[in-house]
Design a protein around this ligand. Structure first.
Ligand code: A2P
Length: 283
């Protein structure tokens, strides 16, 4: 069996645990605190949140109340769309930092590209947001920086004007929705792809092809989706508030999907997902 390491290395040399616990749609308060604590207990070493999720404070509480040492947990958060631009981003970061109540952030992302109106305007907005991330990165308070939901036409102008190339692009990625152009562009530029909604928000779990592949390995479809992300070199961020699923989603290092089954999954047509397109979203 090909060994899948438990970390990827970012372009700046930083190790990043290759499965992250996704917290999108987990309400702040006891549900978020308990779910993150459960994830840490299960062995997750990487928690993904965002200011718009409204649960940063709960994520911070769970981390600070857990046994885990700060250096053993990787924390990602993101700047929201209403905080774009250098000054707003600096203020937004200060707030996230305070909410999370930790002494540094491992990864900070631009949540969605600015993409409305003339390109010269939105590209400028993305670059000024990015310059705030670059400064925070140089200060050392953030250990790595990246983007989310960027397609090649958003990344190109950003990179042209950047001092630091993004280390990560977090995109929707699951069977039937592989965003090949974006993934290829990022691979060429040494940008790690993180997969949000690796289970298609649960919508891919009843697909007959995936069900028959999962049966063959005596695994669940969720586990197949997560392992499939790893074997494609992407970093899955499964979300669950259900303790046995939280544990199940991390138990993917003891089997390997064959090349033939990888090909079958890679060629599945669209079978559900968020339907959100960076150039069309209304937020
Ligand atoms: P729940 O949180 O109630 O456990 P995604 O990560 O693609 O956004 O998918 C999240 C959705 O998939 C949630 O509805 C979550 O439900 C569900 N889910 C997460 N893990 C599993 C699993 N192992 N089996 C079935 N459903 C799961």
């Amino acid at each position: 069996m090909a060994k899948v390491e438990k970390n990827y290395k970012l372009s700046n040399g930083l190790n990043i645990p290759n499965i992250g616990f996704g917290t999108w749609q987990i309400d702040h308060g006891s549900l978020a605190v308990d779910s993150v604590k459960e994830a840490i207990k299960a062995g997750y070493k990487h928690i993904d949140t965002a200011s718009i999720y409204g649960n940063e404070e709960s994520v911070g509480t769970a981390i600070n109340e857990s046994e885990i040492k700060r250096k053993d947990i990787f924390i990602t958060t993101k700047v929201w769309n209403s905080d774009r631009g250098y000054d707003n981003t600096m203020r937004a970061f200060a707030k996230s930092f305070q909410m999370l109540n930790v002494d540094y952030i491992d990864l900070y992302l631009i949540h969605w590209p600015s993409a409305k109106g003339p390109q010269e305007e939105w590209a400028k907005t993305n670059s000024s947001t990015w310059s705030a991330l670059e400064e925070l990165y140089k200060d050392g308070i953030i250990k790595s920086i990246g983007v989310s939901n960027f397609m090649p036409h958003h990344l190109e102008p950003l990179i042209d004007n950047a001092e630091v190339i993004p280390m990560v692009n977090q995109i929707e990625y699951h069977p039937g929705f592989m965003q090949k152009d974006t993934v290829d562009f990022c691979k060429k530029n040494n940008i790690l792809i993180e997969a949000w909604s690796p289970l298609g928000q649960g919508e891919v779990l009843n697909n007959p092809t995936l069900l028959s592949i999962a049966k063959k390995y005596n695994k669940s479809v969720a586990q197949v989706c997560i392992r499939w992300c790893l074997q494609n070199g992407t970093l899955p961020l499964p979300k669950s508030v259900t303790p046995y699923r939280i544990r199940e989603n991390l138990s993917v290092y003891d089997f390997e999907i064959s090349d033939e089954d990888m090909k079958t999954i890679n060629s599945l047509p669209y079978i559900g997902g968020s339907g959100l397109h960076p150039d069309k979203v209304k937020f």
